[in-house]
Write a new protein. Structure first.
Length: 376
């Protein structure tokens, strides 16, 4: 594993970090939860292979990711750096910051968290909530009493204002989206790196949409990589402003393949990356519906499988994987015996609109793509 300095934090992180949003799931007493029998050995194997950074969040894996990560890594806590995120929209008063942090620590069986994020941060939220409730002061207090080591931020939009947030000096690290299709944040990572922040990328595979391209993707881009996944990861690793790429790995096979790719993360020639940029216009259809299957839309009270539906549409629209899509639609199964729910139950309540970091008009897009899928 290749390790890189993580900004001015004083630690080294692997080129490949473990994003814990897509851990294997199972059903217990009618509730979806992380399958510890699969997830624990998966995370421990990751540590054996050199991954020392794990990133989770309150709502990941049906609100079970933090617990599962803590349980899996508790016995080897000294070997890993753990990252989580506060549910900023629930913070109503300054004291809530430390209250929610303590709850997260209890769930994860931790005395402290290494990196604690303000997630999906926009400049407006920073002004109104973070500064309005003096949450930076609360974070400094949490550091002083040993509950956290570093304050971090993640963002999905508001690119023009990111420079100003970086310049506040409040944050040690930056987490943002970046991939061969979505290069909006290219300059932001370079700027953050120049200011001493540790930088990490989420969504390098666009929620799997790039991996789904397979051989067609490789041929379209003229890449000599062994797989579409490798090519997409190599592109991001080739950016000098990126310290670490987070990947949501669900199986031992995915983990070991990605680690194998990461062994060459520092040897990506600049001309290869430039060639991929020049050919990326071939992927313009991906912008037809830029869903990364992040599942923030799981706030849907009707439990509609929004991300899964959009993923099937992208697999059809971009890569022509119609036979596979038809089989998935016919089986009615998303994963682990969980059945998907279609958009017929949508009440247009608007909760998903507020939650979606990509600002997709979800009710409208469901009405548009579902008839297309239904005709396959």
């Amino acid at each position: 594993m290749i390790y890189r300095d993580f900004g001015k934090t004083g630690i080294k992180v692997p080129a490949l970090g473990f994003g814990c949003m897509r851990l294997p799931m199972t059903e217990k007493d009618g509730k979806q939860m992380v399958d510890d029998e699969l997830a624990t050995p998966l995370m421990k194997r990751a540590v054996e292979l050199g991954i020392n950074f794990f990133d989770t969040h309150w709502f990941y894996c049906n609100f079970d990711s933090q617990r599962a990560v803590g349980a899996a890594l508790h016995s080897i806590r000294d070997k890993v750096h753990l990252s989580s995120k506060i549910m900023l929209h629930l913070i109503e008063k300054p004291e809530d910051f430390i209250d929610y942090l303590r709850r997260a620590l209890d769930l994860m069986q931790l005395e402290y968290i290494d990196f604690y994020h303000f997630p999906a941060l926009s400049y407006k939220t920073y002004q109104d909530k973070v500064l309005g409730l003096k949450l930076i002061d609360q974070a400094e207090k949490a550091k002083s009493i040993g509950l956290m080591r570093h304050l971090s931020m993640s963002f999905h939009s508001d690119v023009d204002k990111m420079h100003e947030l970086i310049d506040t000096g409040a944050f040690s690290t930056l987490l943002g989206q970046y991939n061969i299709v979505d290069r909006r944040n290219e300059d932001i990572f370079a700027y953050a790196k120049s200011k001493g922040l540790g930088t990490m990328v989420m969504g390098p595979l666009m929620g799997g949409a790039l991996s789904d391209g397979g051989q067609q993707f490789l041929e379209c881009m003229g890449s000599g990589a062994s797989s579409a996944t490798e090519m997409a990861l190599r592109f991001v690793w080739g950016h000098p402003g990126v310290d670490m790429v987070l990947s949501g790995m669900n199986t031992l096979q995915e983990l070991e393949e990605n680690v194998r790719y990461a062994e060459n993360a520092d040897s990506i020639p600049g001309e290869e990356r430039q060639a991929l940029i020049e050919r990326s216009h071939e992927l313009k259809e991906l912008n037809d519906l830029y869903c990364t299957n992040c599942n923030y839309c799981h706030v849907c009270p009707e439990k509609i499988s929004i991300g899964w539906i959009f993923t099937q549409y992208l697999r059809h629209k971009i890569w022509g994987l119609d036979e596979s899509v038809r089989k998935r639609l016919a089986s009615g199964i998303i994963w682990n015996n969980v059945r998907y729910k279609g958009p017929e139950a949508c009440t247009e309540c608007g909760l998903c609109l507020n939650a979606c970091p990509q600002k997709i008009n979800i009710p409208s897009e469901l009405k548009r793509v579902w008839p297309i899928l239904s005709k396959l």
